[in-house]
Design a protein around this ligand. Structure first.
Ligand code: G3P
Length: 219
């Protein structure tokens, strides 16, 4: 399963990339708004920081014509830009045109299996079901990822599933277990993936025993 970093913060992206865990980046208008810089500058800085990997940047027009115009602009900013398009009728209309023009798309704000089906049929490169926000409502978000997997496999769609709105390590483990192609994870949650109290305790004991015995690797 690929890891995308769910942030618009260049420093955080670079840190995760140094761990070898940045297979892509996803941003959204709320994340971009936190960065205190122009959207174009921000997207170009991210794309330059991780040149070989897809970077999702969202359009904000609400009509298909406006979305297509924005998509052409945003996708001209760097070779690795993927245009994020909302799951609304105008978005679906726009994605068909983008697909025909060879613009890569990430259909966002997917909360049901039928919405996922619509995005796949429109030729979305990626579909983003939001699991954390479903969990917030008391609905099991991960079941939607399983449904998306089944739909894509049933019909051989080319869209890849990005498990989005990931909040904690269990989401990441479950996404991998149900066969999501990708999980997009906030940097803080990626760091949490490493932790286990038994690892810390084990490390501590190994280091103490080693020191007590006065052992060395380079003698
Ligand atoms: O990129 C969109 C997404 O992952 C949102 O996450 O935590 O705001 O629901 P969240």
């Amino acid at each position: 399963m690929k890891f995308f970093v769910d942030t618009a913060n260049v420093k955080a992206i670079k840190e995760i990339d140094e761990l070898g865990l940045c297979d892509g980046v996803t941003t959204n208008p709320s994340l971009a708004a936190k960065e205190g810089k122009g959207f174009k500058q921000n997207v170009q800085e991210i794309c330059a920081a991780v040149p070989g990997v897809p970077v999702s940047a969202e359009v904000v027009a609400l009509d298909a014509e406006g979305m297509i115009k924005e998509a052409r602009e945003v996708s001209s900013w760097a070779a690795n830009v993927v245009v994020k398009v909302p799951m609304i009728p105008e978005g679906v209309k726009a994605m068909r045109v983008m697909h025909a023009e060879g613009i890569k798309t990430n259909c966002t704000l997917i909360f049901s299996a039928v919405q996922a089906l619509l995005a796949c049929k429109a030729g979305a490169t990626y579909i983003s079901p939001f699991i954390g926000r479903l969990d917030d409502l008391g609905v099991l978000g991960m079941e939607l990822i399983e449904e998306c997997r089944t739909i894509i496999d049933n019909y051989g769609f080319e869209s890849e599933i990005i498990t989005a709105s990931v909040r904690h390590p269990l989401h990441v483990a479950q996404a991998a277990l149900v066969g999501a192609d990708i999980a997009t994870i906030p940097p803080g949650a990626i760091k949490k993936l490493f932790s286990h109290p038994l690892t810390d305790r084990g490390m501590d004991a190994f280091m103490k025993d080693w020191e007590k015995a006065g052992l060395k690797i380079f003698e």
